[in-house]
Design a protein around this ligand. Sequence first.
Ligand code: RP5
Length: 174
Amino acid sequence: MAKHFVAIIMGSDSDLPLVENTIEVLRSFDIAYEVKVASAHRTPDVVKDYVLDAQNRGCGVFIAAAGLAAHLAGAVAARTVRPVIGIPCDGGPLNGVDALYSTVQMPGGIPVACVAVGKAGAKNAGYLAAQILSIEDSVLQDKLLQQRNASASAILKKNETVADALNKKFGLNS
Ligand code: RP5
């Protein structure tokens, strides 16, 4: 069976700097992906056609990134039963609170897995998509576990570095 790919849809090209964080995570796991600019409000028919087409071609997870009155993830979720991850973009005057509420407050039966506003959320969209795809992909599951171990090692190292720095500055057990 061919591997599923991730379809990333963003409401505008102005969302790309944030979405690049998602792309970097997917690339780090060698996950196939597509990127499409399509808007729930400005090009609703393009969104509909793309979701149905991507699903037919083997999309396993959709990621939708949008700002302001961000209905894109919900519009995607309305057209598919594949998992949909929503990234609320923070470009507008309300710093993403509008996009967060618009993305997360879905009616019952049409779920969107909404990640955090900002860079951490964009990264987590990639990690969550990888975790969903790893259910049927043991190689990907191993890569995810390696990433978790590397992340833990990095924090242990930071702990040592901070302890050493404080020790030098204030003495032991400060
Ligand atoms: C949303 O409106 C887009 O997702 C973007 O975050 C925001 C602003 O779009 P542009 O005016 O930059 O095209 O639909």
